[in-house]
Design a binder for this molecule. Structure first.
Ligand code: TXA
Ligand code: MG
Length: 347
């Protein structure tokens, strides 16, 4: 394991060639490079190198049963990663790549078993970030990259989050400022028939259904006690130290009243709230992290807010469940996992 992490600042829109060259040589030498994508920062290693991939699991403290996403620079790299690619994959890729869509396909022989946790399938995506693309092109190999956080911590949306979790465990950190979406990619399985949404993310379910009307989404969250969870279905993804109480219901005023009653009745309680809710509950004078005024802003701020709430040593966090539309579905998914799968339904 490296002793010190070299942090290299670079221009998000025009990454300096020298920085990319150091990073790509590190990848090809079997090292670890944290880099920005449009969703969150990734912890990268050469996806074709089993020993390098093993370092990712070790650095994150991630169980070997949870497979990684392979990132590619262009369609030409597809055969390095996947085989029997269906027409639908090409159609989706044409529409959404580069971008926050990950496709699960049949895996090609060159991908080591530990990258896919022994599965016969592989998750892959072509990210939409100049730094990620420059690194992928320079290294000219697919790069395996999970989010660059410690296992069960929120995904990192800026370089400082990566350092907070992984300083000294990564060779190079490419710091190009905050990411532009803030939640992870949408994962779509094309090895299932009909195709199945495995994780809502940066591309909305509505946009995907416009291309693939048969797409299924049946959220199922598995608890710790269930053996061999399906990849991506593990419930205990990120859990705050505090208990998160997530309130939902059609009647917004009734939900507000229930949230207020909960807050008033508790000590050491904090709020994770839209700007409007933060105003509405301002009189209660409790620790609050705000998420802005729409789903896009909330996505940008959610993981940083979760990290900030963890630092406050609260017992309870109260939040309103977002609407499950557009990017809101990804927010709902991350919040539900943080709430250990339970929602307070207000009727
Ligand atoms: O936006 C993103 O997707 C970020 C950036 C860095 O690209 N990456 C990311 O990776 O979120 P990670 O490892 O944190 O999440 C990948 C998810 C995991 O839940 C894993 O179980 C699932 O993808 N996954 C990977 N390979 C799979 C496969 N073959 N079948 C089903 N799920 C898979
Ligand atoms: Mg992750």
């Amino acid at each position: 394991m490296p002793k010190q992490t070299q942090v290299i600042r670079l221009d998000a829109n025009a990454p300096e060639a020298a920085a990319i060259s150091i990073a790509s040589r590190t990848i090809l030498a079997g090292g670890l490079v944290a880099f920005p994508t449009e969703t969150v920062y990734g912890l990268g290693a050469n996806a074709l190198d089993a020993a390098a991939v093993a370092k990712i699991f070790a650095a994150k403290g991630r169980p070997g049963t949870d497979p990684l996403i392979a990132h590619i620079a262009g369609f030409d790299q597809l055969p390095l990663v996947a085989r029997d690619v269906p027409d639908l994959a090409r159609k989706l890729a044409q529409r959404f790549w580069p971008g926050p869509l990950t496709l699960v396909l049949k895996k090609s022989g060159g991908i080591p078993d530990n990258m896919t946790a022994g599965l016969d399938t592989v998750a892959l995506r072509l990210p939409d970030h100049p730094v990620a693309l420059a690194l992928l092109r320079a290294a000219a190999v697919p790069i395996a990259a999970p989010s660059a956080n410690k296992f069960s911590r929120p995904s990192p949306t800026c370089a400082q989050h990566v350092l907070d979790d992984l300083a000294g465990l990564v060779d190079i950190l490419l710091d190009a400022g905050p990411t532009s979406i803030g939640v992870e990619s949408t994962i779509l399985s094309l090895v299932d028939d009909p195709p199945r949404l495995l994780r809502p993310g940066g591309v909305s379910l509505e946009a995907l259904r416009a291309v693939c009307p048969a797409l299924e989404y049946a959220p199922h969250f598995l608890g710790d006690d269930q053996l061999a969870p399906a990849p991506g279905a593990m419930l205990r993804h990120y859990s705050p130290r505090a208990r998160l109480l997530l309130f939902a219901g059609d009647d917004e005023a009734a939900v507000s009243a229930a949230m207020r009653a909960e807050i008033v009745g508790r000590d050491n309680v904090g709020l994770l709230a839209s700007d409007a809710d933060a105003l509405q509950f301002a009189d209660l004078n409790i620790p609050t992290e705000t998420l802005g005024s729409n789903a896009e802003e909330a996505a940008l701020r959610l993981f940083a807010a979760m990290r900030a709430l963890d630092r406050r040593g609260l017992d309870t966090i109260v939040a309103r469940a977002p609407k499950k539309q557009g990017l809101g579905l990804a927010l709902w998914d991350r919040l539900l996992r943080a709430a250990a799968g339970s929602i307070v339904e207000v009727t």
